[in-house]
Design a protein around this ligand. Structure first.
Ligand code: ZN
Length: 133
């Protein structure tokens, strides 16, 4: 089964914690053991797992990505003008695969799943593919 989740980003660069949305879909589908694929169908957004306790981690990640991939660069060729967003999206990656056990995501205490926006604000979506054992 594949579930599509819509979301609206509100900033140009943003990391949105989607862990609770993913958990609730797993609960609704009564999956005790299996695997969850969280997949982003966009070329300027990404999915990652990282700390969800200290918001400064998100700040530092976005700040550092902006240093590595500045928005403007005279050598970029892509005519749409958003090369930095494409570079960040491929660096972070478009999916995460997470085990499900005892009806819950097998995440560490401080881990959350993030939808990463790199060219917002926009209407976005992600897919959740659930596979039962
Ligand atoms: Zn582009």
């Amino acid at each position: 089964m594949v579930h599509k989740v819509q979301l609206r980003t509100s900033k140009h660069d943003q990391m949105i914690d989607i862990t609770d949305q993913v958990r609730s879909i797993i609960t609704q589908n009564e999956i005790a053991e299996g695997i969850a694929l969280v997949y982003c169908p966009h070329t300027t957004a990404a999915i990652t797992i990282n700390e969800n306790a200290d918001p400064d981690v998100v700040h530092d990640m976005l700040m550092t990505l902006n240093k590595v991939y500045p928005w403007t660069c005279p050598d970029y060729r892509h005519g749409e003008g958003n090369s930095a967003a494409h570079l960040k999206a491929s660096t972070i990656g478009c999916s995460q695969l997470i085990p499900i056990t005892n009806g819950n995501l097998l995440l560490g205490t401080w881990q959350g799943i993030y939808f990463c926006e790199f060219d917002g604000p926009r209407q976005r979506s992600f897919y959740l593919k659930l596979q039962k054992d």
